[in-house]
Design a protein. Structure first.
Lengths: 283, 428
């Protein structure tokens, strides 16, 4: 873990997600170039970078929305490059979206219940006849869905139409829906976007809580530095489609390359000067 | 052991039975003459077609004008079977189509389960396999059908004449539905990969192709009895109010059950947000096909019923201008509302063919195509979401199960807070 070369682990259990030399090209634009990432079980890692750095593109490649031009993605040692998004979901990767994508005119409960559609446990014939087996299985999965809502404190909202929920609850519902698919890896795309400090604090608690409770590995994209620095154990910084730094929050905060990427060339020197000035004033 | 039947079910089936009896009595006693009874039956047939389209467009979000084409296919398939039986007493047509529909249906189900195992198979390669299988099995069906046709005819002859006619009719209508569904599967497989608007154009093309083929059915297709553009006559008039009502009731119940199952939720999720659906593991392509095939099955079924109302079929009925009829009905009734579709289809039939024909003075019947669009315009301006919006009668409405006791307990101990910490304690 200490170096960035990341030798391929022969033992699949070592890593949950292993990305190697991932690149994608849109026409003449190389959106992501030689991206590497290794997630071990129970990791909570962050992916940051200025707007347009290619973070969401990486998410879209992991979840199969885009097919990478080069490179490989492996989930628990199994290559998933080129699979359809729904197949990748079945293998255990769930995600949320930067701009919330619920099923807006469905009820809150149904938003969660959709996650069970592949393992509902009854056949099509049961479905159209509402047989005894259907009733039984449907009750089971409904209770499971209600449990999820209760975990996220949305249980008294189950019959609301999803689009009528307040913003913070829509975020929570999206996470609940993603978790209902019982993934091993959860990708959160800017979960704290548009939240005030109090809301983002409770979101941080929530992320910690779901990681423990569902034994998850989490990768998140976030712009609010307070959130990223507060909960991520390891952070990868991207700029113009390339990884420019990787390390724990302290290392990242003082990395000149990162400061330059965010604030422009010369900013690192300026901030160094500023810090020295402040420390000399203090002494 | 008897479970309590929900009140909404009692109300729905009781109401349905009542409507059936009232109309049936009115027809039997002659209160409703032939003219009105035909209109009501047409309304019922329209309701079946439109429910199918509502599943495709209203619930699955795929703008389709192909519904009318499948309706036409169903009508001609069913008409051909009963025509051959009632006029020539031969069951070869019935046998060929029955065997063909069963073989191809089985092959599609089997191939689908096998091809599903291949990762990354593109739609066109899959289509080629299905198409080849259909051609081969079609040839097999023709051979087998000719072989067993006389025997089937013999068995049917042994039954009383009215019985055998009814059996042939029921089989013909079911075959018409299955045939339309199978055609829609083969057509939809490559075409449903298109985006919604392009899909609409492609399905319009399909309806036009079907109409042209029917115009030339005696020359290009070689079915002399269909008489091409002159119109097919001599189809037995068997579709009674009972059959229309019975078929409509089954369609409504099946569709309601489907929509309230996990298959239905997956179908609706495609309309809501395809990308989110995929991310939740919904195989979007599969559910588009599923909705399209079921919708077309309903269209074929309705076509089979329609063919036996007037005993006369003309390709002009299946013109692409008419293809907008079911679309108008579902938009008028409210997209994604079964109740709305039911109300709108009967309103449509009564208004366009019945009331307007009567209130307009003699010689001005064609003016109903001026009055009717104006009425549509008015309704759309006043109620843009359709006459009934998303209203459903209680039976068709989804009833959410009550909260479990333990969830309520958490709720009362910690009302409406985003802080998950206390929840953690409560659920552990």
């Amino acid at each position: 873990m200490s170096d960035n070369s990341m030798p391929p682990s022969p033992d699949g259990r070592q890593s949950i997600l292993e990305i190697q030399e991932l690149s994608i090209q849109f026409g003449g634009l190389r959106a992501v170039n030689n991206f590497d990432l290794l997630l071990r079980p129970h990791d909570l890692q962050g992916l940051i970078g200025p707007n347009g750095a290619g973070k969401t593109t990486v998410f879209n490649m992991i979840t199969g929305v885009y097919t990478p031009t080069a490179g490989s993605i492996a989930l628990k040692g199994l290559p998933i490059t080129g699979l359809e998004p729904h197949e990748i979901n079945h293998l255990g990767i769930a995600r949320t979206f930067q701009n919330i994508r619920l099923f807006p005119s469905l009820s809150v409960l149904d938003n969660v219940r959709i996650a069970y559609h592949t393992h509902a446990g009854y056949s099509f014939a049961d479905g159209i006849s509402h047989s005894g087996r259907f009733q039984h299985k449907e009750r089971e999965l409904t209770e499971k869905a209600q449990d999820f809502l209760a975990v996220f404190n949305l249980q008294d909202r189950q019959d609301w139409t999803a689009r009528n929920l307040p913003y913070g609850e829509q975020r929570r519902l999206e996470i609940a829906r993603a978790l209902a698919a019982e993934p091993q890896l959860l990708l959160l795309d800017e979960p704290a976007a548009g939240m005030n400090p109090a809301e983002s604090s409770s979101l941080m608690d929530l992320i910690h809580f779901i990681r423990e409770r569902f034994d998850l590995t989490i990768l998140l994209i976030e712009h609010q530095m307070r959130v990223v620095m507060g909960i991520c154990e390891k952070i990868t910084v991207m700029d113009f489609g390339e990884v420019i730094a990787r390390g724990n929050p302290q290392e990242i905060q003082s990395n000149p390359k990162v400061i330059e990427a965010y604030l422009g060339p010369g900013a690192a020197a300026l901030s160094e000067k500023f810090r020295r000035k402040r420390s000399s004033e203090a002494s | 052991m008897l479970k309590k039947i929900p009140r909404s079910n009692l109300l729905f089936f009781g109401g349905a039975l009542l409507i059936f009896i009232i109309v049936q009595v009115a027809i039997s006693t002659g209160v409703l003459n032939d003219f009105w009874s035909t209109i009501i039956r047409l309304g019922g047939v329209m309701a079946i077609v439109s429910l199918g389209l509502n599943l495709i467009y209203g619930y699955n979000g795929q703008f389709s004008l192909g519904q009318w084409g499948f309706y036409a296919i169903g009508a001609y398939v069913a008409a051909d079977i009963t025509y051959r039986w009632s006029n020539d007493s031969e069951a070869t047509g019935l046998s060929i189509l029955l065997i063909g529909v069963l073989l191809v249906g089985g092959a599609i189900v089997y191939l689908r389960s096998q091809l599903g195992k291949i990762r990354g198979l593109d739609a066109l390669s899959a289509f080629t396999m299905y198409f080849l299988a259909t051609l081969i099995l079609g040839a097999v069906a023709v051979y087998l059908g000719k072989l067993v046709g006389p025997a089937v005819a013999g068995v049917l002859m042994a039954l009383p004449a009215s019985w055998s006619m009814q059996i042939v009719f029921i089989l013909a209508v079911l075959i018409a539905g299955a045939f339309a569904a199978e055609v829609s599967f083969l057509f939809g497989l490559p075409v449903l990969t298109l985006g919604s608007d392009y899909f609409g154009i492609a399905t319009l093309g399909f309806t036009i192709i079907v109409k042209v083929l029917l115009d030339n059915s005696d020359t290009m297709l070689g079915f002399q009895e269909m008489k091409g553009a002159r119109g097919m006559v001599g189809i037995p008039k068997i579709t009674t109010w009972f059959w229309v009502f019975f078929a409509l009731l089954i369609v409504v119940v099946v569709m309601r059950n489907l929509l309230h199952s996990s298959y239905g939720r997956a179908i609706v999720s495609v309309r809501e947000d395809e990308i989110a659906g995929k991310a939740m593991g919904v195989d979007v392509a599969e559910y588009k096909i599923l909705a399209f095939v079921i919708g077309s099955f309903f269209a074929g079924l309705a076509g089979g019923l329609y063919a036996h109302i007037n005993g006369f079929l003309h390709p002009d009925t299946f013109n692409f201008i008419q293809a907008f009829n079911p679309m108008i009905v579902i938009v008028l009734g409210g997209l994604g509302s079964m109740t709305g579709t039911l109300v709108a289809s009967f309103t449509w039939a009564l208004l366009l063919e019945g009331v307007l024909r009567l209130i307009l003075p003699q010689g001005f019947e064609t003016w109903r195509f001026v009055v009717y669009p104006l009425l549509l315009l008015l309704i759309m301006l006043l109620r843009p979401s359709g006459m009934l919006g998303t209203y459903e009668v209680p039976y068709l409405r989804q009833v959410l199960p009550p909260l479990k006791a333990f969830a309520k307990k958490i709720n009362s101990s910690k009302p409406g807070s985003g802080d998950p910490a206390p929840v953690q304690e409560a659920t552990k």
